[in-house]
Design a protein around this ligand. Structure first.
Ligand code: ATP
Length: 200
């Protein structure tokens, strides 16, 4: 099996952008946000358990998870957040293990926003790669997206690990405060480093 790197970072830090740059260089990418979307789309594996654990109002007419409603709920109610995570995290982890096992790339990167908060991937990953940027850059990048105002972004940041703590727990760090060419340069260097890791 390929060596597995866990890529994480706060909201809007540039995880998806960074992962795409690694993919362009030949890394295998497994994105837990994409898996979570699949699990909660109409007919997704998580829907029956979510329907049972939460009110029917969280399920859309076509049978998928109503993400907006769920986001509102888990901001207000930390028990609801724990309950949702209890359903989704084991399913996501199993899918990640399945996808990683199918890869034949020299190494794999799994993108996990709450990698350090949940600790779910401890036994699976070889190194923790943190994509870091200033809170200011996080807010301006995340609010550029539709439906995200500064208050919402700050509320999400408050549920995530602090920047200092995340950096303290990183094996590798990519600093994404500058432009894309600087990000590419760091990805090039990290890619060379990961290619040199012996498979395990
Ligand atoms: P989320 O936590 O919300 O999933 P993310 O960490 O995956 O976000 P991205 O989606 O990669 O972050 O980046 C957020 C936004 O910032 C995107 O619009 C992306 O194009 C932009 N962005 C990321 N890095 C840079 C950069 N170095 N220069 C300019 N724009 C950037």
């Amino acid at each position: 099996m390929s060596s597995v790197i866990g890529l994480t970072g706060g909201i809007g830090s540039g995880k998806t952008t960074t992962a795409a740059l690694f993919a362009a260089r030949g890394a295998g990418i497994v994105d837990t946000d994409a898996i979570s979307h699949q699990l909660t789309q109409p007919g997704g594996t998580a829907i029956a358990s979510i329907r049972q654990a939460f009110s029917e109002s969280l399920i859309t007419r076509d049978g998928g998870l109503d993400r907006g409603e769920m986001r509102e709920l888990i901001f207000r109610d930390s028990n609801a957040r724990l309950k949702l995570e209890g359903i989704l995290h084991p399913l996501i982890r199993a899918e990640v293990a399945h996808h990683v096992a199918l890869l034949s790339t020299p190494y794999a990167i799994i993108v996990v926003p709450l990698l350090l908060e949940t600790g779910s991937y401890h036994g699976m990953i070889r190194r923790v790669l943190v994509v870091d940027c200033s809170e200011c850059a996080q807010i301006s990048r995340a609010t550029a997206r539709a439906g995200m105002d500064e208050k919402t972004v700050r509320a999400i940041m408050a549920t995530q690990m602090s920047r200092q703590e995340r950096l303290a727990r990183a094996d590798d760090v990519i600093f994404n405060d500058a432009d894309l060419s600087q990000l590419e340069r760091q990805v090039d260097a990290m890619h060379r480093k990961y290619l040199a890791l012996a498979p395990c």
